[in-house]
Ligand binder design. Structure first.
Ligand SMILES: C[S@@+](CC[C@H](N)C(=O)[O-])C[C@H]1O[C@@H](n2cnc3c(N)ncnc32)[C@H](O)[C@@H]1O
Length: 230
C-alpha cells in the first residue's frame, strides 16, 4: 500500500448538526430491515465455532483482510476472536494460517450485530478499526454512529475501541455514545509506533497522518435497543 494516502476531505466544519436527532431516532425506532439469509447462515456457523472454543468472545468488526483478527487472537490467547467483513475479496487474501482461536466470517455487520445481541453474546472487547468514514455531510446516516444499528453496537457492551484517521468521526462517535448511554468515552491521539494493528493503520501512519482512538467500557444493555412492533 502507498505511503502517501489521502487525508479526509469533508464539507463539515464540526460535529454534524443532525447527530443528536439521528441518535434519538435510533434509540426510539426499531430497525425494520429483515436479516439477510446469508448472514443468518454465516452467524449460525460462527456460533458453532464459538461454542467449540468455550472462551469469551472478542469482535473485530469490519476486519478487512483479517490481520487485526490474527494479531488480536495472539494477544488474547484465552479469548475467541471473530473478524467480520462483508468483502469476500478482502477476507480471501492470503495472510497465513489463522490462529486456532481466530475465525473470519463474511457477513453484513448490520445483521450480524443484531443476531449476536439476540443470542446474548457479550463481547469482552469490540474493535471498530478504521470504519469507512463517509465524510460528506449528506452521508451521516452511513457512519456507524448515525446508523439505526448504533444502539445495538452499544448494547453488546464490553470495551469498545474505535480508531480513525478522521478526528471528527471519533468526536462524533464519542458524542453519540454519551447521548445514548451515561458512559464517558476516552478520546486520544493514537500512536501505533512500529506495531500497526491493521493495513489501514499502517498506511495512514506511514504517510504521516494523525490517528485517533475512542475507548469506552460499556455495560451489556440489550434494553437500549427499541423493540420491534408486530
Ligand atoms: C476502511 S476498511 C478497514 C479495514 C480494516 N479494519 C483495516 O483497518 O485495515 C473498512 C472495512 O469495513 C467493511 N465494512 C463496511 N461496511 C460493512 C458492513 N456493513 N458489514 C461488514 N463489513 C463492512 C469493509 O468491507 C472494509 O473491509
Amino acid at each position: 500500500m502507498s505511503a502517501n494516502s489521502r487525508t479526509i476531505v469533508t464539507n463539515q466544519t464540526g460535529v454534524h448538526q443532525d447527530l443528536s436527532r439521528r441518535v434519538e431516532r435510533a434509540l426510539t425506532h426499531a430497525l425494520q430491515k429483515p436479516v439477510a439469509e446469508h448472514t443468518r447462515q454465516a452467524f449460525r456457523a460462527t456460533s458453532k465455532w464459538l461454542m467449540s472454543q468455550e472462551k469469551p468472545v472478542i469482535l473485530d468488526a469490519g476486519c478487512g483482510v483479517g490481520l487485526s483478527t490474527r494479531q488480536l487472537a495472539q494477544q488474547h490467547p484465552n479469548h475467541a476472536v471473530i473478524g467480520i467483513d462483508r468483502s469476500a475479496d478482502r477476507l480471501g487474501r492470503e495472510h497465513g494460517v489463522l490462529p486456532e482461536n481466530a475465525h473470519l466470517v463474511r457477513a453484513d455487520l448490520v445483521d450480524f450485530w443484531r443476531l449476536a445481541l439476540a443470542e446474548r453474546w457479550q463481547p469482552t472487547h469490540h474493535y471498530l478499526l478504521y470504519p469507512n468514514p463517509y465524510p460528506k455531510a449528506a452521508h451521516l446516516k452511513l457512519r456507524w454512529h448515525g446508523h439505526p444499528v448504533f444502539p445495538v453496537i452499544l448494547a453488546l457492551g464490553g470495551r469498545l475501541e474505535v480508531r480513525s484517521n478522521w478526528r471528527l468521526y471519533i468526536e462524533e462517535f464519542a458524542q453519540a455514545t454519551k447521548l445514548a448511554t451515561s458512559s464517558q468515552p476516552k478520546v486520544i491521539e493514537y500512536d501505533p509506533r512500529d506495531q500497526p494493528l491493521t493495513p489501514f493503520e499502517r498506511k495512514y501512519h506511514a504517510s504521516g497522518q494523525r490517528l485517533w482512538q475512542l475507548a469506552v467500557e460499556l455495560p451489556y444493555r440489550p434494553g437500549l435497543v427499541p423493540a420491534k412492533s408486530e
